[in-house]
Design a protein around this ligand. Structure first.
Ligand SMILES: NC(=O)c1ccc[n+]([C@@H]2O[C@H](COP(=O)([O-])OP(=O)(O)OC[C@H]3O[C@@H](n4cnc5c(N)ncnc54)[C@H](OP(=O)(O)O)[C@@H]3O)[C@@H](O)[C@H]2O)c1
Length: 338
C-alpha cells in the first residue's frame, strides 16, 4: 500500500484526501518510481474540480510530474536504468503519491547539481514550454516572443528557453514582483496587464512590428490585444484558456489581415511516442544547461509543502500567489537523495 492524494468527490481543495491505496505495479516497459517530490500544475486544480479527467486508462490520482529514485524495473525495460537512480518524469497522472509507475521513455536523469525538489519542478512545465517554443512555434534567433503569465511555472521556463534559443522574451504578468522575476530570468521588458495595455507596450517595444510569437495561456479575454500584438506572419500559440474560451468580434478578419497563424497544443493527451520524442529532444538539447557553471537554466521554486498540506498548496496556486513552481515534498526534504 502507499499514501496518495485522492478526490472522491470533485470540488474545492478541502476535497483532497490523503488515503492509503494499492501501490502500482510496473507493467512491461515501465519503471516504478519512489517519489521524493511532486509539483503542482494549473491543470491539477481543474482535475480536482472534475473538469479535466485523465486520459483513458491512466491513474486518476492527480499529479503530472515527479522526481524520485527508481524502486523497481518492470519487465522488458530497455535502457540501463537501475534501482536508486535519481530520475524525474512526465506523467499523465499519479504524481501525488509515494510511488508512481511510468513508461521508461518518459524518464530523465536528475542533473547531479539539482535537488529532488528542484527536479520535480522541471518535467511538465519545462517540457510544455519547450514543446510550444520548439516543436510548435519553431522559434528562431532574434524573434520577439510574448509570454503571457510570465511569473507562472510554464512562463518562468519559457522566458529562459527563449533566451537559450537567442530569441527576445517579452512578458505580461499581474504584479510588479512577477514582472521583476521574469526580467531577472531574461525578459527584456514586461507589462502589468492589470495596469497598462500590453498591446501598446509590444507595439512601442517592437517599433510597430509586433511579436513574432505569442505564448498564450489566457485565451478569450485577450484575443483582440493578442492579434494586435502579433507581427505579420506571426504565430499565436494558444495552450490554455485561463481568461475564458468565448470570443466575440472580428477575430478571423483581424487575424487574416496579419496573415497570422493560430496554433494550439495540449501535452497530456499526446501519444506516448510524441512525448518520448519530446523527452529525448529536451534531454539532449536543454537538460545540460541546468548543470553548466554557472547554470544557464534554473527551475524557479516558489514554495514547498508536505503531502499532508496539499490543500494549502492548491489554495496558494488558486489565489495566483505563486511565482514559479509549488513543490510537494512527498518524503521530507532531509530524507531525500540530494
Ligand atoms: N497546453 C498544455 O499542454 C499545457 C501544459 C501545462 C500548462 N498549461 C497551461 O499553462 C498555464 C500556466 O500553467 P502553470 O501551471 O504554469 O500556472 P501557474 O504557475 O499556476 O500560473 C498561472 C498564472 O496565470 C495568471 N493568471 C491566472 N488567471 C489569469 C487570468 N484570468 N488572466 C490573466 N492571467 C491569469 C496568474 O498570474 P498573474 O498574477 O500574472 O495574473 C497565475 O499565477 C495554464 O493555463 C495551464 O493550463 C498548458
Amino acid at each position: 500500500m502507499m499514501r496518495a492524494v485522492c478526490v472522491d468527490v470533485p470540488g474545492g481543495p478541502e476535497n483532497l484526501l490523503l488515503q492509503s491505496v494499492p501501490r502500482p505495479n510496473p507493467k512491461a516497459g515501465e519503471v516504478l518510481i519512489k517519489v521524493h517530490a511532486a509539483a503542482l500544475n494549473r491543470a491539477d486544480l481543474l482535475q480536482r474540480r472534475g473538469l479535466y479527467p485523465p486520459p483513458a486508462g491512466e491513474s486518476d490520482i492527480i499529479g503530472l510530474e515527479v522526481a524520485g529514485t527508481i524502486h523497481t524495473l518492470g519487465p522488458g525495460v530497455k535502457k540501463q536504468w537501475k534501482p536508486d537512480d535519481r530520475v524525474m518524469a512526465l506523467l499523465c497522472g499519479g504524481g501525488y503519491a509515494e510511488y508512481v509507475s511510468v513508461p521508461e521513455e518518459l524518464l530523465m536523469p536528475v542533473p547531479s547539481n539539482l535537488t529532488m525538489c528542484q527536479a520535480a519542478a522541471i518535467p511538465e512545465a519545462w517540457l510544455t514550454a519547450f514543446q510550444l517554443l520548439d516543436f510548435v512555434a519553431q522559434v528562431k534567433e532574434g524573434e520577439v516572443v510574448l509570454v503571457h503569465a510570465g511569473g507562472s511555472g510554464v512562463g518562468t521556463a519559457a522566458v529562459q528557453l527563449v533566451r537559450l534559443f537567442r530569441g527576445v522574451p517579452v512578458v505580461t504578468a499581474g504584479s510588479p514582483e512577477k514582472l521583476k522575476l521574469a526580467e531577472k530570468l531574461g525578459a527584456v521588458v514586461g507589462f502589468n496587464y492589470k495596469e497598462e495595455s500590453f498591446a501598446q507596450g509590444v507595439h512601442d517595444f517592437t517599433g510597430g512590428k509586433g511579436a513574432n510569437v505569442i505564448l498564450d495561456c489566457i485565451g478569450g479575454r485577450n484575443w483582440e490585444s493578442n492579434v494586435s500584438s502579433l507581427a505579420i506572419d506571426g504565430r499565436w500559440v494558444l495552450y490554455g484558456t485561463m481568461g475564458g474560451r468565448a470570443v466575440e468580434g472580428d477575430l478571423l478578419g483581424k487575424l487574416l489581415s496579419k496573415r497570422g497563424h493560430l496554433l494550439t497544443s495540449l501535452l497530456r493527451s499526446r501519444s506516448l511516442q510524441y512525448k518520448a520524442d519530446l523527452v529525448k529532444a529536451f534531454t539532449g538539447r536543454v537538460l545540460p544547461y541546468f548543470s553548466d557553471q554557472p547554470a544557464t537554466l534554473r527551475p524557479v521554486i516558489d514554495s514547498t509543502f508536505s503531502l499532508d498540506d496539499i490543500a494549502e498548496a492548491h489554495k496558494h496556486m488558486e489565489a495566483n500567489r505563486n511565482m514559479g513552481k509549488i513543490v510537494i515534498n512527498v518524503i521530507p526534504q532531509i530524507e531525500q537523495t540530494q
